[in-house]
Design a protein around this ligand. Structure first.
Ligand code: NAD
Ligand code: WQD
Length: 332
């Protein structure tokens, strides 16, 4: 059986749907609900028939986690649970190291105790740091510019070391680029509390009339229109990549490191224009100074995912914006 940590969250919930669509009839979810709501589980059940065994458990709680493994024959973990806000990680580094690193260590100890040998881990394009030139390939050196990014670099290292020590361990380090969009049903998506840090949730709140205007962070980068360029990937494509990665690691012990991106970059203003087109809403914006720590351009080389997993992103920028808007209209 598969355990999904952080399965009530944005990417986790979409991955649960894709796993169920791929034939998993029963799944275990562990989430402390620090950044999600339990009602997501009912939404998932409305999309796809699946039995979900939910435990409101913090993965740092070793005893509670051990109990989950004792009650369920878990052979695979898809590990999303973690804190992810870059700015907050600079303000609260200890919280981030404690939650993300200790959480992963506890999870691995519990897996080891119960003989669970497969792990898919949510890494990030952030591990390419500022020293590499895009498109990013998986063999580039890793680094980070903030505590959140360092937690990803460190967790990758921990998992590589664990796999080196145990030849039966099968690990996938999936480096996500910029996930946006929502399930086409409009039932699940991303709806952060408070003022969003990331571009798409911010645009959604402007479109819904909850925020007045978008602040575009810099228009003096060396890019097509001066605004930052990113590799935006539809969250459903990203979720499907997990199913493919799972198929792969079942046959290949060791560590698979793979980018999940489209291989194509779009600017902030590309997103604004496409969102306006598909939603019919105006997105007013002002140009602000650059956000400290932002790179001008970030996009993947997506060859390895295609070659090893047979996976490529299928959805267009229009799909991403239209699905984000549908979720916004129905839920915000
Ligand atoms: P999310 O916040 O929506 O999901 C994370 C989930 O984990 C939440 O439901 C939260 O309640 C839960 N959680 C956090 N700490 C926990 C703990 N100690 N114990 C149990 N549950 C805990 O975030 P997401 O966007 O779905 O991201 C999922 C993973 O992917 C994260 O590890 C994140 O760092 C990584 N990632 C996200 C992005 C992105 O842009 N969204 C990009 C790259 C990598
Ligand atoms: C995208 C573009 C901004 C907000 C972050 C993390 C990264 C990964 C994905 C987890 C940039 C611009 C943004 C706004 C703007 N997460 N922008 N106005 O920074 O590429 O990546 O999320 O691993 O680690 O750093 O994503 O959505 O914040 O920004 O102009 O209000 O939009 O400058 O060019 P980012 P983002």
């Amino acid at each position: 059986m598969i355990l999904v940590t952080g399965g009530c969250g944005y990417i986790g919930s979409h991955t649960v749907v894709e796993l169920a669509k791929a034939g998993e009839k029963e799944l275990v979810i562990v989430d402390n609900l620090s950044n999600a709501k339990e009602e997501v589980l009912d939404r998932i059940r409305q999309i796809v028939p699946v039995r979900l065994h939910f435990y409101r458990v913090d993965i740092r709680d070793e005893e509670a986690l051990d109990n989950v493994f004792s009650l369920n024959p878990i052979d695979t973990v898809v590990h999303f649970a973690g804190l992810k806000a870059v700015g907050e990680s600079v303000q609260k580094p200890v919280l981030y190291y404690e939650n993300n690193i200790s959480g992963t260590l506890h999870l691995m100890k519990t897996m080891q105790k119960h003989g669970c040998k497969r792990m898919i881990f949510s890494s990030s394009a952030t591990v390419y740091g500022p020293g590499n030139e895009p498109p990013y390939t998986e063999d580039m050196p890793t680094s980070a510019t903030n505590p959140y990014g360092w937690t990803k670099v460190m967790q990758e290292q921990i998992l590589r070391d664990a796999a080196a020590a145990d030849p039966q361990l099968c690990v996938a380090l999936l480096r996500y680029f910029n996930p946006i969009g929502a399930h086409e049903s409009g039932l699940i998506g991303e709806n952060p509390n408070g003022i969003p840090n990331n571009l798409m949730p911010y645009i959604c709140k402007v479109a819904a009339g909850k925020l007045e205007k978008l602040h575009v962070f810099g228009n003096d980068y060396d890019t097509c229109d001066g605004t930052g360029v990113r590799d935006y990937i539809h969250v459903v494509d990203l979720a499907a990549g997990h199913v493919q990665a799972l198929n792969y690691i079942q046959k290949h012990p060791g560590v698979l490191t793979v980018n999940l991106g489209t291989g194509r970059g779009f600017s902030v203003l590309d997103i604004v224009k496409t969102y306006e087109k598909v939603s019919g809403r105006k997105i007013p914006y002002v140009i602000d100074p650059r956000r400290p720590g932002d790179l001008p351009i970030c996009y993947a080389n997506a060859d390895r995912a295609r070659e090893l997993l047979g996976w490529t992103a299928k959805k267009t920028l229009e799909d991403m914006c239209a699905d984000s808007w549908r979720f916004t209209e129905r839920n915000l």
